[in-house]
Design a protein around this ligand. Structure first.
Ligand SMILES: [Zn+2]
Length: 128
């Protein structure tokens, strides 16, 4: 999943206009609404681990946190069912939210160690 340049430009603006909102709603429906809400509620976290300097993106869902590989993969159930298995789509709202958050610079930043990362990954990698 990658957004067209014209949409990246729309998301880069300081404030989305009503026109932008309508455009995205028409194109992406509920996924856009949920993604935008997640961004507004600061549910997206960018972890940076040292000393490896590796970066991991997380989106906080209702019950747990999902690991998102930008434009590619999410550990949530709907991505697994709708994108991997039935191939109806190539994104879930978490993937969309990560892109919006990154473009708009509206995410939380956390730093941690590679040692801690191994522990966090056990939880993040769960796909149930
Ligand atoms: Zn997801």
């Amino acid at each position: 999943m990658s957004l067209p340049q014209s949409e990246i430009i729309r998301f880069s603006k300081e404030n989305l206009t009503q026109d932008d909102i309508e455009y995205f709603k028409n194109k992406y429906g509920k996924k856009f609404v949920k993604a935008l809400r997640a961004v507004d509620e600061r549910k997206i976290i960018r972890y940076k681990f040292s000393p490896s300097e590796s970066v991991t993106w997380i989106v906080k869902g209702r019950g747990r946190q999902y690991l998102v590989i930008p434009e590619l993969y999410c550990t949530c159930r709907s991505f697994y069912q709708e994108a991997v298995i039935s191939r109806e789509t190539n994104m879930c709202y978490h993937l969309f939210a990560q892109r919006i958050a990154e473009i708009r610079n509206e995410y939380e930043t956390r730093t941690s160690t590679d040692k801690e990362r191994r522990k966090l990954y056990i939880e993040w990698r769960r796909t149930d």
